[in-house]
Design a protein around this ligand. Structure first.
Ligand code: GMT
Length: 377
């Protein structure tokens, strides 16, 4: 029996943790010898250069004059079915229920029962969209009709069950990091170039959506900097950025804050940090905190969603209640003023990331799920 599979992957190809996870998984599967077909409107941003066993199929939407809204979802479903038939795909692995799992459901109707659909839930599809009555029934259908469903934290599994009244099995597939890429980098030259001197570095990386509570990062930083001379490095862009810039000015912290915008080389950037801050309102997992962990950087995060499944309080970082910036600042000060504790935590971080969230283990878990739905266990 040929154990190598033909797998179609659809994800949001632009910046975002779900796109990163989907793309990295595709690359790992291809490395192992599986044939991977990405089906999307643009090349996933982490795909990089040529990879053996990886193919990309572009979804092109026709904008006829009768359409008020070009029907991307329908075109995607049709493309999935075409690729599945032409390439004889075994599995369609879709990341996000809306619209990808719905499109995969439609594609399966066109292709036949032998095409298996695996859906991975990443967060917003459940925590936000599943509460929207205009989408709820469709999301429930897509989840119930998938041959396997996975979610990136126990908390997301719980929330999916609660919000959608779903009883079917949902596999737990945590986010993962590739230790060949995520490890502590040599950053002295980079820090010198920035002129950081002996200042400690507090970092936040996100898409600056309200759910990330970047304002809390700034409030906590102001408190930290009043006791330990520090710099705040903000990476990413998004809707809350202007508000944040204004607040930084108001607090007189302009000279202490560095805006790096969107960055590709996250392991290098993250390695500059002493502490990463992730004070989100909702966070199904928090991939960036895992990336930091693998680079030996502890995270101070909120007790939201799946963050407590990733960060072990007092061992690989600290957890505070959502919005409790004083508590976050106190934890940071404690860590920054205790080099032995910091060193211990850095080691704990690397060990935990490598042992609990490794790419190999998680890739094998997904592989087992594919074999299971295909009845090839
Ligand atoms: O965090 C975001 O806003 C991006 C979002 C996405 O769609 O990529 O990330 C979600 O999926 C990631 C990968 O599974 C998770 O690590 C993030 O926690 C999750 N974001 C939220 O739940 C807000």
């Amino acid at each position: 029996m040929d154990t190598m599979l033909k797998i179609g992957i659809t994800c949001y190809p632009s910046l975002g943790g779900s796109g990163v996870v989907a793309t990295e998984l595709g690359k790992l599967l291809a490395e192992k010898g599986h044939e991977v077909h990405f089906i999307s409107h643009s090349v996933p941003f982490r795909l990089g250069t040529f990879h053996k066993n990886i193919f990309y199929h572009e979804v092109e939407v026709n904008d006829y004059y009768v359409f008020k809204y070009p029907p991307y979802d329908l075109t995607l479903a049709n493309k999935m079915a075409q690729v599945a038939k032409m390439q004889q795909l075994d599995v369609l692995h879709v990341h996000y229920a809306v619209p990808h799992a719905v499109c995969a459901f439609l594609a399966k109707q066109m292709v036949g029962e032998h095409l298996k659909v695996v859906t991975t839930l990443h967060g917003t599809d459940i925590t936000v969209l599943a509460q929207d009555e205009s989408l709820k029934d469709l999301i429930r259908l897509a989840i119930n009709e998938s041959d396997a469903v996975t979610a990136v934290s126990r908390d997301l599994i719980r929330e999916t069950r609660e919000l959608l009244d779903i009883t079917r099995d949902i596999d737990l597939t945590y986010n993962f990091v590739d230790k060949r890429v995520y490890y502590p980098r040599e950053i002295q030259q980079l820090c010198d170039d920035f002129g950081f001197g002996d200042d400690r570095i507090i970092m936040h990386i996100s898409n600056f959506r309200p759910v990330k509570r970047v304002g809390d990062v700034v409030e906590a930083f102001a408190r930290i900097n009043s006791e330990v001379p520090s710099r705040l490095v903000l990476v990413g862009e998004g809707p809350d950025l202007p508000k944040i810039q204004w607040r930084i000015q108001e607090l007189g912290l302009t000279e202490r804050v560095h805006f790096l915008g969107k960055q590709d080389d996250i392991p290098q950037v993250i390695s500059m940090a002493d502490i990463l801050m992730l004070p989100s309102e909702k966070e199904s997992f928090g991939l960036v905190a895992l990336e930091a962990m693998a680079c030996g950087v502890p995270t101070i995060g909120s007790r939201a969603g799946g963050i407590p499944e990733l960060i072990v309080h007092g061992e690989t970082g600290y957890l505070s209640s959502i919005g409790d910036t004083e508590d976050m600042a106190q934890h940071a000060i404690q860590l920054l003023t205790n080099p032995a504790l910091m060193e211990q935590m850095r080691q704990n971080c690397i060990t935990r990331a490598t042992e609990q969230f490794s790419n190999d283990a998680m890739m094998e878990k997904y592989e087992q799920i594919y074999y299971r739905v295909l009845g090839r266990q």
